[in-house]
Design a protein around this ligand. Structure first.
Ligand SMILES: [Zn+2]
Length: 272
């Protein structure tokens, strides 16, 4: 069983807002003790050890610039990890309230990011904000994937309006060649729209992170018919076990080919 986790958060404990950190750790209890030192620094060698122990072959690591609602995990912090360990693929992140999106994208691109993540709900913007269109255009031309947090958030200050599925569909329709990953597949109230989007748009995928694997066939009834459009992700460290989640996908009533596409092959094709 090969596993590629497309959704791993990297950052020091003190860079999380307390509410967000304690929620993640309520899920990832077993990782908390070993992942941070007494000063709250993430111990990168321990992150790597966890990947080795659980036999995760690759992981996308994510920064986030959302100090008001969740965390401030700069791209430089995650690059420290990917520079040391080849299994980790660094993505960038943008917050249009804190950055000039085009300039910041180019800066991070020069630093070596392989994709970009946007979190409209924690950063309080719409994904179809015109300020982001030049970035999408650039990503589309360079074949750089864009990961969009797609769904609500329970953290204080989050607004549902920024998770409006029709704004995501705008981006997919306006940039048909852009690879778009819908993280959480519309969590809370628009799984059906997310599934429709991956069927309608050739380059749109769902990353199943943060969703209990056993619920997937109910949330996405077409998953078994379109397994090439789903990606395994966990939202680590907010998960009881990376490998345990992949094993739960292997227990679903879908073909063995579908299981290996979802857990590894699709991500390898897109990101390696
Ligand atoms: Zn996440």
């Amino acid at each position: 069983m090969k596993i590629f986790d497309v959704h791993v958060h990297v950052g020091d404990k003190f860079a999380w807002k307390e509410e967000a950190f304690s929620y993640l750790m309520s899920l990832g209890k077993r990782y908390e003790k070993r992942l941070y030192d007494d000063a709250g620094n993430q111990i990168d060698s321990e992150l790597h050890n966890i990947m080795v122990e659980e036999e995760i072959s690759h992981a996308i690591i994510l920064p986030e610039y959302a100090p008001k609602i969740a965390c401030l995990h700069p791209v430089e912090r995650i690059l420290k990890v990917s520079e040391k360990y080849d299994e980790f693929i660094p993505f960038g992140a943008l917050n249009p309230h804190l950055h000039n999106p085009v300039k910041e994208f180019e800066r991070q691109l020069a630093l070596g990011i392989k994709g970009i993540k946007l979190h409209p709900v924690h950063c309080e913007h719409y994904v179809n904000d015109s300020a982001l269109y030049p970035v999408y255009d650039r990503c589309s031309n360079l074949n750089i994937p864009v990961m969009l947090h797609a769904g609500t958030s329970i953290f204080t200050g989050s607004r549902m309006r920024y998770a409006d599925p029709y704004t995501y569909d705008d981006v997919a329709a306006d940039f048909p060649d852009l690879t778009i990953i819908l993280s959480h597949g519309g969590r809370s109230f628009w799984h059906q729209q997310a599934e429709f989007m991956v069927r309608r748009h050739k380059n749109v995928y769902i990353d199943v992170c943060g969703l209990p694997p056993k619920n997937l066939p109910k949330l996405f009834p077409s998953m078994g018919r379109f397994p090439e459009k789903f990606l395994f992700g966990t939202d680590f460290p907010g998960v009881p076990g990376i490998r345990a989640n992949a094993e739960a996908i292997y227990r679903l009533d879908i073909s063995s080919e579908a299981k290996s596409l979802i857990c590894y092959e699709n991500a390898a094709r897109l990101f390696l």
